[in-house]
Design a protein around this ligand. Sequence first.
Ligand code: SF4
Length: 566
Amino acid sequence: MSKENKGLDQSLIKRLLDADCEDPLANTDQLTSQAIPHGVDRRNFLIRSAVGGAAAVMMGSSVSAQERTAKALATMPQQTTGRSTAIPPPTGKTGPPPPLDKDLNVVKKGQGPVMTTADEFYKVGPGPSSSHTIGPMRITYDFYQRATKLPADKLAKATKLQVNLFGSLSATGKGHGTERAALAGLVGKEPATVDPKFLDSLRDKPDQTFPVKLGDKSIDVSLKDVIYDATKGDFKHPNTMTVKLLAGNEVLLEQEYYSVGGGFIEWKGYTPPKKNAPKYPFRLMKELRAHADNNKISIAKVILANEMSIAGRSEEEVYAFIDKIINAMVATVKSGLSMPEDDVLPGPIKLHSKAATVYKRALDDKYAADKGIGALSAFALAASEENGRGHLVITAPTGGSAGVMPALVYGLLEVRKLDRQKIRDGMLAALAVGYLCKHHATLSAAEGGCQAEIGVASSMAAALTATAYDAESRVVENAAESALEHHLGMTCDPVAGYVQVPCIERCAFGAVKAWTAYAIASNEIASRHRVDFDATVMALAETAKDMNSKYKETSEAGLALSVTLC
Ligand code: SF4
């Protein structure tokens, strides 16, 4: 008998070694319960069932799955949902949502070359969510513009403006301030220029009314005109909303819209705007890298050339826009770090701000590496907390993930003092990553969970960092791939529907993972990296399709269920 076996029960060893003794681990069918019985708590049931099975093995007896199921059920406590009282119970039918409508541009997009431009992607707007705040505000602003163009006789009859929110917009819109954002757009406010104090005032005084001028007519609107409608249904996209101009019961103008992620919007009958051909057309990272390598230029320079040709802009104009975004990112980190340490974020979680505390304490850390990781985390927390406050953030790619890229930008520019041109190049390479994820997968948590937000943000930040340090194109790809790969499967389960838990800390982890991805990619032998970026984006798309809808920004499962607010 080996030394290791000395402490084990001799009779159990004899049973396990005895050829005639039935091995309780041999037939895994027997160990797997046929199904979780309906109406019981899954986790509790599985633990009890597993404990029952393990006890049987320890006792040297075998137990069937059916017996374990019966025993586990008999010992289950009466089920409570554990759901925070702040979260409404799920309504309507359960089961997977209908597939995205094939007519949506966001579905058709992967067929041609990438045509997205920087100003479509990096958007400045109020937090906390690009799809639930910036998108809806852009939508109602768009509707307001359309309404102003109606003939005067129609406008003269108008009596009411009405917004209906569906799907995920309805399920978690309250925690995202969707109704306030939708009302702001209706009264003519745009995301990039809206004063966050206006949105705060809507939260503090929800009964306010505002006149909306349509021709000679003025219609009063208030938050009551934004209706949280069905959360489940046969929608073309999980983030669907309608906006109507009414004359009594008569509909003068109606449009169905979709907030498809990252602040991008579409509507029924949408056709993408006409654009010029890219100088270096690419559908895949493989093709993008071939352009870079064949022309002996960086990925950043390929994207710059495409920006100039697709949008018809000069190099100066592209860089001026990128500079504006870099400055806005630096400002969100500075603003977040300057908040008082005892600041409490809006909403029922009563979450204390921690960016300033983490930053100050990290600076006192004994080891430089601890300092670095602590400070990088604090930068991400700072920008993400700004998002939680509903202050202006930048979609990179979304509001929920708005702490990740700014943390790296701030760290590289303000702390490491890298040349601004390096950061510009990094921002362009990051765009390539974001474009490809949007093109073939999704940036919307309502479609793909948090892997589509923090995962993509981390991947972009890894590409930014590698590019800023002059890494070759293969290393940039490898860094972006690693960061995305290690977010695959990450679900979206914001507690109480607020983009705070897990979102704020998750931004810090996304930033640190981006750095880790760069550290690995720049130190490994690049050609030996076995997973290419395109394969990981495909995995992102497939995982998004398979993910249970409960984990797609509906606050029906995960932390949203297990965390109890008191
Ligand atoms: S969990 Fe992730 S995807 Fe969901 S709201 Fe938070 S940051 Fe966004």
